[in-house]
Design a binder for this molecule. Structure first.
Ligand code: ARG
Length: 297
């Protein structure tokens, strides 16, 4: 039975504690930026970036991100990039991978908004199937952009579900059924923050870093009810520094775009190990560290 919540007055008491504990993934899937480019405008960050990618720099930055993940103790696996799939490097978007109640590994395929990105999905389906995942499609035609919008609560069988630009809210009924996990739905209303992972970073069971203006009051209420410690990024850090598009590994290590001094200080104050990287070439396409990997269970 699907469990989807939009506001705190709908929330059962003690929801977080009632959700099954899950392991924090330490394997990450990445896709090299061999064919990466900005060829059209899928989000406002891409405006003015057409034909402006420095490909050598993008290659070096991708390696830097991968090395930082490895320094955080992650095992990184890679997927063969496809020609004419200029956004495939953003491998958070093609699927949502996770565990069901029995601990069985499941992979739900995205239904991406842009035709050029729809071509990326079969390669991910094959990769997860070869790894022993049960691979599933959504029952309807609604849009769904995988873990760009659907983010696991660290260590719990609970999903945060962004919607408004790339994902239709209705898909979360099926997502909840499929993983047998409650979904806390968050409406996104600012086009620069078109995927949940651009304004919301779940660091560990207690801590999240968010950009509050990307959410409505109901969404902020849910976030503050479930995370006991909410770090707020400034407008400059969220918009220009992609601070909330950081990746947490093992609940204690965070890889984040360089230059977000205030956010980094707040993370370090909490005893978190922070690794700063430069993703300038990928930010031209509207993505940073979080989008460049998929958590693999
Ligand atoms: N250019 C890509 C797009 O618009 C960027 C995707 C970034 N991914 C993310 N999870 N925010 O689809």
């Amino acid at each position: 039975m699907a469990e989807v919540y939009d506001s705190i007055d709908q929330l059962p008491e003690g929801l977080l504690d009632s959700c099954n504990e899950t392991p924090l993934p330490t394997t990450l899937l990445m896709c090299p930026p061999t064919y990466f480019d900005v060829v059209d405008v899928k989000n406002p960050h891409m405006e003015g970036s057409l034909g402006r990618v420095n490909f050598d720099l993008a290659d070096r930055q991708w390696q830097e991100v991968r090395d930082a993940f490895i320094r955080c103790g992650a095992r990184v696996e890679t997927l063969e990039p496809l020609e004419n799939c200029e956004d495939m490097v953003f491998c958070a978007n093609q699927t949502l991978a996770g565990l069901d109640v029995e601990g069985q590994r499941l992979c739900l395929l995205s239904q991406m908004k842009h035709p050029s990105r729809q071509r990326e999905v079969p390669a991910f389906a094959d990769w997860f199937a070869a790894r022993g995942y049960q691979v599933e499609h959504l029952p309807g035609e609604e849009l769904f952009e995988g873990s760009g919008d659907a983010v696991w609560h660290p260590g719990r069988s609970l999903i945060w579900g962004g919607h408004g630009f790339r994902t239709d809210p209705a898909v979360y009924e099926a997502v909840s059924d499929y993983f047998a996990a409650p979904v806390l739905r968050l409406k996104l209303h600012s086009d620069h923050f078109y995927h949940l992972d651009t304004s919301f970073c779940a660091i560990n069971e207690r801590t999240a870093m968010i950009y509050p203006p990307a959410f409505d009051e109901q969404g902020l209420g849910l976030i503050r009810a479930v995370f006991s410690d909410v770090i707020e990024a400034t407008e400059h850090e969220a918009l220009r520094g992609f601070a909330c598009n950081a990746t947490a590994i093992g609940g204690r290590c965070v890889v984040i775009q360089r230059g977000n001094a205030r956010a980094v200080a707040q993370l370090r104050e909490r005893g978190l190990e922070v690794h700063e990287v430069d993703t300038s070439e990928f930010m031209k396409s509207g993505g940073s560290v979080f989008c460049m990997k998929m958590y693999v269970f």
